[in-house]
Design a protein around this ligand. Structure first.
Ligand SMILES: Nc1ncnc2c1ncn2[C@@H]1O[C@H](COP(=O)(O)OP(=O)(O)O)[C@@H](O)[C@H]1O
Ligand SMILES: [Mg+2]
Length: 259
């Protein structure tokens, strides 16, 4: 089960995202305090569906050995709203009582991805894992104007997966190993930087192939019951199982895309 925290205090709001996530001081069941970026159920795309996508993508990213901050389920303390001075955030807190999604604040050495045509050499392979991951989860929300990832000297941390998994919103797109299945990724922040390169995709390929059969059922078990019982959660598990079963074809298709 993803750890459930209680948000106790609002520290800072992030204005870079449309959903106005907030950095909050949160406490776990043992009384340990953590700084977590909380995404409000009332402001993410698709509300509960968006949060389920966030949680599923985050668990999958960890299993594929990508860098991503630790995910949490966050319940908002009722006193938060009373203590809040910003009217917009006060409303977001009020409209998001119950469970929300959060990620552990990344260390300060992570900063925005450069928008220039080239990446530092040390980040090419990391960028390729991110592109391969986004194709697998159907995530078109990582482009030049909105990279939704933060980088350090050696790593790229992925964030913001509320509109991944098009099947969760009833969208029918070809799967990434099918004809036309990679077309949605044309404006991806790393695609033009990687075209013509030969990045090492073995880390993500091996991590995917090593996941045991039935592994994605554990993702359902990790969600709060109210989320795991939603049909969208089942549809994401079914998508991920297909991803695993078609990985050979997928990586061949991706090689063609990068040529
Ligand atoms: N765990 C985190 N650590 C540090 N910064 C974060 C974290 N999560 C989000 N952010 C910052 O907040 C911004 C908005 O978060 P994001 O999940 O992209 O929200 P939105 O869905 O509103 O775009 C990110 O671009 C990033 O700068
Ligand atoms: Mg964002």
């Amino acid at each position: 089960m993803l750890t459930i925290l209680t948000a106790k205090e609002h520290i800072e709001k992030f204005t870079s995202g449309h959903s106005l996530p907030c950095l909050m001081s949160c406490v776990d069941a043992k009384g340990k305090y953590l700084q977590v970026v909380v995404k409000f159920r009332s402001t993410v795309h698709g509300n509960k569906t968006g949060l389920i996508c966030e949680a599923m993508a985050s668990m999958f990213a960890k299993d594929l050995k990508l860098t991503t901050p630790q995910p949490f389920i966050v319940s908002l303390d009722p006193d938060l709203e009373k203590a809040e001075l910003d009217k917009t955030i006060q409303k977001n807190i009020r409209d998001s009582s119950g469970l929300n999604f959060g990620t552990l604040r990344l260390p300060t050495q992570y900063s925005v991805v450069p928008t220039g045509p080239r990446l530092p050499l040390s980040l090419y392979d990391a960028a390729a894992q991110v592109l391969a991951f986004d194709l697998l989860i159907g995530n078109a929300d990582r482009h030049k104007d909105k990279p939704n990832c933060l980088m350090s000297d050696t790593q790229i941390a992925v964030l913001d997966h509320e509109i991944a998994f098009p099947e969760a919103r009833g969208e029918h797109r070809p799967k990434p190993w099918e004809i036309g299945g990679l077309a949605f990724i044309q404006s991806h922040v790393f695609l033009s930087k990687l075209k013509g390169e030969i990045p090492d995709l073995n880390p993500i390929r091996n991590a995917l192939n090593q996941l045991p059969k039935g592994h994605f059922e554990q993702y359902l078990a990790a969600l709060p019951e109210d989320w795991s019982s939603a049909p969208v959660a089942e549809s994401i598990v079914s998508h991920l199982e297909q991803v695993k079963n078609n990985s050979k074809k997928y990586f061949e298709t991706l090689r063609h895309l990068l040529r």
